[in-house]
Ligand binder design. Structure first.
Ligand SMILES: Cc1ncc(COP(=O)(O)O)c(C=O)c1O
Length: 417
């Protein structure tokens, strides 16, 4: 390395769209991470639901090394073996007949939203492409990525601030409110997009009745149902994809994050009928489906889609929730502990509103990495195969952070008296 690398370089040379924590992690193995000073952390964050098999899983590392020595890139002028294998596996394991590969969640969603509009255009009831069936309905507080289209479809207005004009034809309804969706949907709707569990929005699970109603309303109005499973997919909830829990099947599903276990790759899955609208030349990406990402993702699916790992997700959920409730009895910070599988949210009590990041910082000081989802929710998205002993160890650190948090709060109250 040419420069001595320290955290303050961030402010000097990086655009300020992030505010990274003060340490720089340099090494990861399984569910442990070490920073530049050698301090060890237990990783309950998993790179925001990405490193689903922990850091440097030997099978993934081996697959990547093998592919690195064989073939890196060809462009989509050619197809490649790992991409074909991955697409075939995804179709075999899901409702989907066809797959499109991208590099990030936002890009997979961008493809899904463009496809929904194109499908409506191709199936124009007036047969001359003059109908205005282009409305996309999504939910308040949803998150679908940061490109201009995906951020506009996302239901958090603050992320569109300063970027107007945003694409037209987008409506937001209340999550889990069937009436709100029924009132908004019409023959002009080309798609409804839902997260089975709102992740960035605070770990809120969709009611099965809401999902069923969304499917029925989409069918009634010839609209497509899109599931954004970028955070919930690839084993996170204890099934390969969360749609399997409710029995509601979407027409399009997007996957990213855990799919590559840390290597950037995303996929949009869809039915045969819908796929035909993404015809030759209508969409594309230089790197989407590159051999490196696909080689890793093949192994990710191979390992995660096994009863051992998926059942493990359920039992590790139980262990986390038990320990969190116990810690919360000692240090009552949370009003609710919720989520499915290893997508867990702990919402702060009203008196601690807005202080989730403070708790995250204290947890880091104690040696455990956690995440937030908004200002009031601590989010845990660890590796799906985190050993139980590391859950126990990490929870000890987290409980200490909860203790420090309360001590600090009590101090503040006393000071202000
Ligand atoms: C549900 C959901 N959709 C889309 C995205 C965007 O994915 P990416 O950051 O890979 O573009 C995210 C990322 O957090 C997400 O959680």
């Amino acid at each position: 390395m040419q420069h001595k690398i320290s955290r303050d370089i961030f402010e000097q040379v990086m655009v300020p769209n992030y505010s990274p924590l003060p340490i720089i992690p340099v090494k990861g193995q399984g569910s442990k991470v070490w920073d530049q000073s050698g301090k060890e952390y237990i990783d309950f964050a998993g790179g925001i639901a990405v490193t689903a098999l922990g850091h440097c899983h030997p099978t993934l590392t081996h697959a990547l090394h093998q592919q690195v020595d064989k073939l890196w890139h060809l462009s989509n002028v050619y197809t490649n073996e790992p991409a074909l294998e991955l697409a075939k596996t995804l179709c075999d394991k899901t409702f989907a007949d066809k797959v499109y590969f991208a590099n990030s969640g936002a890009e997979a969603n961008e493809a899904a939203f463009k496809l929904a509009r194109k499908y409506a255009y191709d199936h124009d009831p007036l047969d001359d492409h003059s109908s205005d069936k282009n409305q996309i309905i999504s939910c308040i507080n949803s998150f679908h990525g940061r490109t201009l289209f995906t951020v506009s479809v996302g239901g958090q207005a603050k992320y569109c601030e300063g970027f107007k004009p945003i694409p037209a034809g987008i409506t937001h309804v209340e999550f889990n409110n069937i009436k709100s969706l029924r009132d908004a949907i019409s023959h002009k709707t080309c798609a409804v997009v839902l997260e089975p569990i709102q992740g960035e929005g605070g770990i809120i699970t969709a009611d099965p009745e809401f999902l069923k109603a969304a499917r029925e309303l989409c069918d009634q109005h010839s609209a497509l149902l899109i599931y954004d499973e970028i955070q919930t997919g690839v084993g996170r909830t204890g099934k390969l994809f969360a749609y399997e829990h409710s029995g509601v099947t979407p027409d399009i599903l997007t996957s990213a994050k855990a799919l590559g276990g840390g290597f950037p790759i995303a996929a949009m899955l869809c039915t045969e009928a819908v796929a035909q609208s993404l015809n030759m030349g209508s969409h594309g990406s230089t790197y989407g489906g590159n051999p490196l990402g696909c080689a890793v993702a093949n192994e990710v699916l191979h390992i995660i889609d096994t009863p051992q790992v998926l059942k493990g997700v359920q039992s590790k959920h139980q262990l986390f929730v038990e320990k969190l409730h116990l810690a919360n009895q000692h240090y009552p910070l949370f009003k609710e502990i919720r989520g499915e599988g290893l997508l867990i949210g702990c919402e702060l009590r009203p008196e601690y509103q807005g202080k989730a990041r403070q708790l995250l910082q204290l947890a880091l000081d104690e040696g455990v990495m956690v995440l937030i989802a908004g200002l009031n929710v601590i989010r845990l998205t660890p590796s799906l195969i985190i050993p139980d002993e590391e859950i126990t160890q990490g929870m000890k650190h987290f409980e200490k952070a909860m203790e420090s948090f309360i001590a600090h709060e009590v101090n503040q109250v006393n000071k202000n008296r």
